[in-house]
Design a protein around this ligand. Structure first.
Ligand SMILES: N[C@@H](CCC(=O)N[C@@H](CS)C(=O)NCC(=O)O)C(=O)O
Length: 201
């Protein structure tokens, strides 16, 4: 397997966290999104990352890659064992992506008014998550794609927008638990700190 990715891309980080959880090795291809390699464009003409290459076939979209990895190497799992738990983890994954995905890049590299709108949207999204997060532990029972979705975004936030600074105790406990998890720490610590470098487009 070959993973085409960019170090600071939060969607690529999701895939790398899952690979680390499952102890799966891949050949890595770092992509400069400003100068996409012809080999990537030949494999996947849209040229975005992450792309997992398996036996010459391209698997794009981080959620599809995560599910592929779960199918390929079911243990340790990144989805809960029961159908309802799996549904909940998938819903949270999708909601986190929709609620934060468009705004985190704008917060980090948008024009001032875009940054302010992004800040408000992120505050709203984190507040909503706090209301339904468990008192302690992971978002959907065992460690899952819901936690994997949120961790790279939270790791990119400046200190003032971190759950502890915002007075969101459940998410603050979640952050301490998840960002120190070896698979997560190894991936998000390898990226530049929040605000130090723009997200790739
Ligand atoms: N829905 C995609 C989003 C991936 C995405 O937005 N990747 C960005 C980098 S963070 C990208 O490749 N953008 C396309 C480009 O720059 O051409 C996924 O979950 O994999």
């Amino acid at each position: 397997m070959k993973l085409w990715h960019a170090t600071t891309c939060p969607y690529c980080q999701r895939v790398r966290i899952a690979l680390a959880e499952k102890g799966l090795a891949v050949e890595e291809r770092l992509v400069d999104l400003a100068a996409k390699p012809p080999e990537l464009l030949a494999l996947y003409p849209a040229g975005g990352v992450p792309v997992l290459e398996v036996d010459g076939a391209a698997i794009p979209e981080s959620i599809v890659i995560l599910q592929y990895l779960e199918d390929r190497a079911p243990a340790p799992a990144i989805l809960p064992p029961d159908p309802l738990g799996r549904a909940r983890a998938r819903l949270l994954h999708d909601r986190i992506t929709a609620a934060l995905g468009p705004h985190v890049p704008k917060l980090l590299r948008g024009a001032p008014e875009e940054q302010e709108r992004a800040r408000q949207a992120i505050l709203g999204a984190l507040g909503a998550l706090e209301r339904e997060a468990p008192e302690a532990g992971f978002l959907a029972g065992p460690f899952s794609i819901a936690d994997i979705a949120l961790a790279p975004f939270v790791a990119k936030l400046p200190a003032a927008l971190r759950p502890a600074a915002l007075g969101l105790p459940r998410l603050a406990r979640w952050e301490a638990l998840v960002l120190s998890r070896p698979s997560v720490a190894a991936v998000v610590a390898a990226a530049p700190p929040a605000g130090a470098s723009p997200l790739p487009r």
